[in-house]
Write a new protein. Structure first.
Length: 309
């Protein structure tokens, strides 16, 4: 059993950030992914956070057989990859191991638990912003806490995350925090993806700022219908604060669109629409941006080479 090691599912921006900071503390990091170019770069050059020192070696592989017996795993793949990740983890995770999901959107924990079992899955949320500059190289777009639910197996992993330099807390109501992030993600991510701008630009363009506020209010209203208490009373102010705090960040959805990858629009705005419909409630602005992001792929105009600059 590898108690001084961690398995990270994913090779994107947040996965790279966590891998680099873990490796810097001496934790043995394995990154499991499917992105061939990314895995090759990680193997040859390691992981690096811009402005935080040199690149550090990690073990990167597409093969779950190289990850057996892991006690701790951090899931940072896109929501549409969760089922695949869960099946890989079923071959990697120790019987008494635990998986922590910090993914965007709704439903990831349900998929993981359905395959791995409730006792081996823990939920968390973070508003840290990160942008992938190149495979294995990430820039920090804004610090934020890592909030975890209380879980019997999570204490050692919590300590590892703290030692890696993250602000960590245990929440008695992580569902509230997950929905808090959903309010933020549903308001910021699709607009940055459609307008192709950094988060902070949404505050500078009046029409974008109005739309961002409308999205925030709609999502907060759905949370209220579901009797979920949010950690803020003013959803618009909360979203604008995050946009300001992560002003230089390229949202994950924008990064997906620019490199022609599937987005998480279904698990964010799509999930809000489905839950609203179950309550016979209308969320017209969420529906419009959901359709528009999906339409980007219909147009076929997102195949250009990705550059965040």
């Amino acid at each position: 059993m590898k108690s001084d090691s961690i398995l990270i599912l994913g090779t994107g921006a947040l996965a790279t950030l966590f891998a680099a900071r873990f490796a810097k503390t001496g934790v043995r990091v394995t990154m499991l992914g499917t992105w061939t170019e990314g895995l090759s770069a990680l193997t040859k050059k390691g992981v690096k956070v811009e402005g935080e020192g040199r690149a550090i070696h990690v073990h990167a592989t597409p093969n779950p057989a190289e990850c057996e017996g892991m006690r701790f795993a951090l899931v940072l793949v896109k929501s549409w990859q969760t089922e695949r990740a869960a099946r890989q983890l079923s071959n990697c995770l120790a019987d008494d191991g635990v998986v922590l999901t910090l993914q965007n959107g709704l439903g990831n924990d349900t998929i993981l638990s359905g395959i791995l079992g409730l006792s081996r899955v823990a939920r968390g949320v973070t508003t840290i912003g990160a942008s992938l500059l190149a495979p294995g190289v990430v820039s920090l777009g804004g610090e934020g806490p890592v909030s975890l639910e209380s879980h019997l197996r999570l204490s050692p992993l919590k300590e590892m995350i703290q030692q890696a330099g993250f602000d960590v807390n245990v929440s008695g109501n992580v569902q509230s925090l997950i929905w808090s992030k959903l309010v933020v993600s549903s308001a910021i991510n699709p607009l940055t993806a459609l307008l192709r701008v950094k988060n902070g630009e949404l505050l500078k363009q009046q029409s974008a700022r109005i739309l961002m506020g409308d999205l925030a209010r709609e999502t907060a209203a759905v949370a209220n219908l579901l009797e979920i208490t949010l950690p803020f009373t003013d959803s618009v102010a909360a979203v604008e604060e995050v946009a300001q705090h992560t002003a230089t960040n390229w949202s994950s959805m924008l990064q997906d669109v620019l490199r022609g990858s599937p987005t998480e629009i279904e698990s964010i705005n799509g999930a809000i629409i489905r839950l609203a419909e179950e309550k016979n409630h209308s969320v017209p602005v969420n529906r419009v941006v959901w359709l528009m992001v999906k339409a980007l792929y219909v147009r076929g105009n997102i195949t250009e080479l990705w550059s965040p600059h």
